[in-house]
Design a protein around this ligand. Structure first.
Ligand code: GLY
Length: 561
């Protein structure tokens, strides 16, 4: 790896006392220092500062998530849920599932109208769209791996909420464009609504959120799931069609799960199991494309894209048919990632032309998933690694802010198949395995992933992007391992995506025309989109030099300890 850059202006940011200077840092190379990559510079700086105070990667990830709940309200959250994949320097691999769950009063047909049609407005917007939040319980479960007390880890977020911070141009644009939904779904004016449009540099102060964070600081997870905050959540439910009860909140449980672990060309991939489809899809796609000589192709060449698209098509057909919360279905993981099954699945692949989606799976219309999630990748100087993806589902979730508590609630219920066969907000189609049941976790696409080489962290990666998450993580890994690309090129070159249904290849606007023309000749339908995902990547070479890259598609930023 080339010369190590430790930029002095990055270090000067560590001692922030005000939150009005927003310095976005896209890449840092270092050795023997902790690195944090997240969607917002202030949140990454909080994580780095916590490591400077003696915290490890798990302390940093807790503090960064709380900070994102303040400075990145579109997706950072305490009102949503997420998945954490960790590898300790002892070699221990673990995951935490703090996905939302369906409330006790939820039922399979709760979003169907009298004619049996799915009312996706109800599953996507307002109080009935909310799943029981898991994030705060998840952060307390993470504490087992951390060194510092929660009171310290939450304090930077309290300061950011109380003192306010300058919003970026992107956040201002989003708050302005979503205002009509905030107006519609809130009964009192929230801090996110203004009479004149937001602009870059405006201070966003969140006193109610600061108060909620202080209750968590004082009472632990009970400061959220019981008492004043729980009362405010259930009161908010009653202002509309919401069904979350005090019992639902009190009974929320984090699940510690064994990660999906598989070999890819001598590297060990560690990723998230069900109820996220991410790890299974990643294993399926990497295994199927390894049946071809990927290392002989160029990134985004016709051959490489065709092989990867066909692997994606087959994996997403399986997602629709087989995947859901493993507590409620017979767990299909072992069968789906077995070499024997995937070899059979790959038999219909041909370089001559596209395989029609109808030939690889029963046509089950898929729910369309939202792309507004957020990811954090962290390595510390002791060699602990963590990848966390967390979400409200849609942009600002259900658009409902808990009155008196100041945070957005998720609209994660839409990730269930609200009517098996009807696409969710990402266009993903779900079947019976992902039907709504009380206490069940909705299927996710989040794919926090750590790749190990000789037992040590090599790649830490993840992204937002709904159904494009697993395919973006897939491309990042192939870009580095097969195409030998630099971390920066791996993150910032144009991406593509296929999800079985709709049967078209989504490509970013600057995707190479020559590949598009060649694919169209083979019967692929191409659809252009502005951008796919925002990857947060850390790559550590054999000598221990680490490069962290924050995606150029957003305000994402790297910070060093
Ligand atoms: N709601 C996005 C996901 O779970 O993948």
């Amino acid at each position: 790896m080339k010369k190590l850059l430790l930029l002095s202006f990055v270090i000067s940011q560590l001692a922030f006392s005000q939150f009005t200077d927003i310095n976005i840092v896209k890449e840092i190379q270092t050795k023997d220092k902790g690195l944090v990559v997240s969607a917002h510079p202030l949140a990454s700086e909080v994580g780095a500062k916590i490591m400077k105070m003696g915290g490890n990667a798990y302390d940093a990830v807790i503090a960064t998530q709380y900070a994102l709940a303040v400075v990145y309200p579109q997706a950072g959250n305490i009102g949503g849920g997420g998945f954490l994949v960790g590898v300790k320097n002892t070699g221990e691999k673990f995951t935490l599932d703090y996905r939302e769950t369906a409330p006790e009063k939820a039922s399979k047909n709760m979003y169907l109208d009298n004619n049996g049609n799915a009312n996706t407005d109800l599953s996507q917007n307002g109080r009935l769209a909310v799943g029981i939040p898991g994030s705060v319980a998840g952060l307390f479960a993470t504490l087992k791996y951390a060194k510092l007390p929660m009171e310290k880890l939450i304090q930077p977020a309290i300061d950011l909420a109380e003192q306010g911070f300058s919003i970026t141009q992107r956040e201002a644009n989003l708050l302005n464009s979503e205002k009509r939904y905030f107006d519609k779904h809130n009964s009192t004016k929230t801090v996110f609504q203004k009479d004149i449009p937001w602009k870059q540099g405006d201070l966003l102060i969140q006193k109610e959120l600061a108060q909620t964070l202080k209750l968590i600081q004082k009472h632990g997870a009970k400061g959220f799931y019981e008492g004043e905050t729980a009362e405010l959540i259930t009161k908010e439910m009653k202002l509309g069609k919401g069904i979350i009860s005090l019992n639902d909140l009190k009974n929320y449980k984090v699940e510690q799960r064994n990660p999906i672990v598989f070999d890819y060309k001598g590297n060990e991939i560690v990723s998230m199991p069900l109820p996220s489809s991410g790890g299974i899809l990643l294993a399926q796609m990497l295994t199927m494309s390894s049946f071809q000589k990927m290392e002989d192709y160029q990134q985004n060449s016709t051959e490489a894209v065709q092989v990867m698209v066909e692997a994606e098509r087959r994996a997403f057909a399986d997602r629709a048919e087989y995947m859901g919360d493993p507590k409620f279905i017979s767990d299909p993981t072992h069968m789906l990632i077995s070499e024997e099954y995937l070899t059979k699945r790959w038999r219909t692949f041909s370089f001559n032309q596209a395989t029609p989606s109808a030939e690889v799976g029963k046509i089950i219309p898929q729910p369309k998933e939202s792309t507004e999630t957020t990811h954090i990748s962290i390595i510390d100087k002791e060699g602990n690694a963590v990848a966390v993806t967390t979400t409200l589902n849609g942009l600002y979730g259900s658009k409902v802010v808990v009155s008196g508590a100041g945070f957005f609630l998720n609209n994660e219920m839409d990730d269930f198949s609200v009517k098996p066969g009807v696409p969710n907000m990402f266009g993903a189609v779900g079947g019976e395995a992902n039907a709504i049941q009380p206490g069940k976790r909705m299927l996710s696409s989040m794919t926090p992933t750590i790749v190990l080489k000789k037992g040590k962290p090599y790649i830490i990666v993840g992204t937002p992007g709904g159904t494009t998450i697993p395919t973006s993580v897939y491309q990042s890994i192939v870009n580095i391992i097969d195409f030998n690309l630099s971390p920066n090129r791996s993150v910032n070159s144009p991406k593509f995506h296929h999800q079985w249904l709709p049967d078209s290849v989504l490509v970013e606007k600057d995707f190479p025309d020559t590949t598009i023309v060649a694919l169209e000749k083979k019967n692929y339908k191409i659809q252009k989109t502005a951008q796919i995902g925002r990857i947060e990547l850390i790559v550590i070479d054999d000598e221990g030099n680490a490069t962290a890259v924050a995606d150029g598609r957003g305000d994402d930023s790297v910070a060093v300890e």
